[in-house]
Ligand binder design. Structure first.
Ligand SMILES: [Zn+2]
Length: 246
């Protein structure tokens, strides 16, 4: 009857019965873990505080017959301020759901874990605009998933486009497209392309340095949303949540 300790973030939950909860945990070392937390919704339960969304802690898990149950949890961080601000809560929910869509059982993903951890920290404890943090998250998320948008070369003909005046962005093509190539994209400014290049150069612990002007934010968000929809499929739950944001 093995028990094990793993550091993880609560990235989703479903309530069942009167007091139980099914948790989705994202562990850097193990990827996705779906586990039961029995009686965790009772006000007197020791698991009450650690089974909330976004909680980061050391979970002691018990496995039996392919089922995993939470025994105890030593909470390291609750990111509590996220629960006091609707926009920040919503942004954090999108980020965790986007992670849930791609993480797999027994498949470590330290880079994606680091991205999520830092963005949740900045959302909870910095003054950064949640929309800027979301844009930074989406770009790095696409990059880690192998869908980094092409930003210096036309995604169709591969020509260097940095001297071109007229450019387009096509999620389907995989990034920027020159005026000579066929595309179904929308015009994109050189400023937007430069901003994306710079954001991708930042490490995860520097993403609070992303400060975008409103016009640039409004240009970038739909492009990245389309790239995510293109990668995950328009029926994906995380994509539906992105649609609710804007
Ligand atoms: Zn081209």
């Amino acid at each position: 009857m093995p028990t094990e300790l793993t550091q993880a973030i609560v990235t989703g939950y479903t309530d069942y019965k009167d007091n139980d909860r099914m948790l989705t945990l994202f562990s850097a070392e193990r990827g996705r873990i779906d586990c039961k937390a029995r009686n965790c919704r009772k006000p007197t339960s020791a698991l009450l505080s650690c089974t909330q969304p976004f909680v980061f802690g050391d979970f002691e898990l018990f496995s039996s017959n392919d089922r995993v149950t939470v025994n105890t949890c030593d909470v390291r961080e609750t990111f509590y301020p996220l629960r006091e601000d609707v926009d920040r809560f919503m942004t954090a929910s999108v980020c965790t759901q986007l992670c849930n869509t791609v993480i797999k059982h027994e498949s470590p993903d330290e880079q994606l874990f680091s991205l999520l951890y830092h963005v949740l920290s900045f959302l909870a404890y910095s003054d950064s605009d949640p929309n800027d943090l979301l844009i930074a998250f989406l770009l790095h998320y696409l990059d880690l998933a192998g869908y980094r948008p092409s930003l210096t070369r036309c995604a169709v003909c591969r020509r260097d486009i940095r001297a071109d005046a007229v450019l387009f962005y096509s999620a389907e093509a995989g990034g920027v497209v020159c005026a000579a190539c066929p595309h179904g994209g929308k015009p994109v400014s050189k400023l937007a392309l430069e901003a994306m290049r710079r954001i991708l150069l930042l490490s995860h612990d520097e993403l609070n340095r992303v400060v975008l002007k409103p016009a640039l934010r409004e240009e970038l968000f739909p492009l990245l949303k389309k790239s995510c929809a293109n990668m995950l499929g328009s029926g994906d739950r995380a994509v539906a949540l992105l649609d609710q944001i804007g």
